[in-house]
Design a protein around this ligand. Sequence first.
Ligand SMILES: CSCCC(=O)/C(O)=C/O
Ligand SMILES: [Fe+2]
Length: 199
Amino acid sequence: MGEAVKDQTEEVIQAWYLDNKEEDQKLPHHKDPKEFVSLDKLAELGVLCWRLDADNYETDEELKKIRESRGYSYMDLCEVCPEKLPNYEEKVKMFFEEHLHIDEEIRYCLAGSGYFDVRDLNDVWIRVWVKKGGLIVFPAGIYHRFTVDSDNYMKAMRLFVGGPVWTAYNRPHDHLPARKAYMKKFLKVIGDRNIDASA
Ligand SMILES: CSCCC(=O)/C(O)=C/O
Ligand SMILES: [Fe+2]
């Protein structure tokens, strides 16, 4: 990703280490001092980010290209707010339980905003704030969770390769092949980089 594209993407997707305080999940929960996480670091965890034109998603060629190249044949829209999401309270609790999926989780924020928390390779929480225009892909097997922020609203496009499977495997599910494959792939990236760095 070029620097200009990275800067534009960072206007709608920002990430930082969480303070791990339990109170109100919808607050930013920055550490003191704040410790931001770059998009490059997210990429090392397999988390991919784009900034797209959310006002014109129906005709957007860039979205079309991403969908075609990554095989995202399925899409629907999901609004996270009490008026639009059936069983709102139950779903909000479910989204914030730490879990993984055996497929990618792909979310494109068309309006509002929310926090996707992911574990780094040392098992420390990173909070990823996704705002309108942010498209984010979480790899199969990464532990994560979701909450809206204090504005209480996100409209997201959900994308999927083939027919959607929304099954969430709450932690611990370390024995699943998708989890093992994730750890093997991404721990290896870090391991190899460390070996190169010390050579
Ligand atoms: C913003 S879409 C709702 C969150 C969700 O679908 C999910 O699976 C979070 O992990
Ligand atoms: Fe999920």
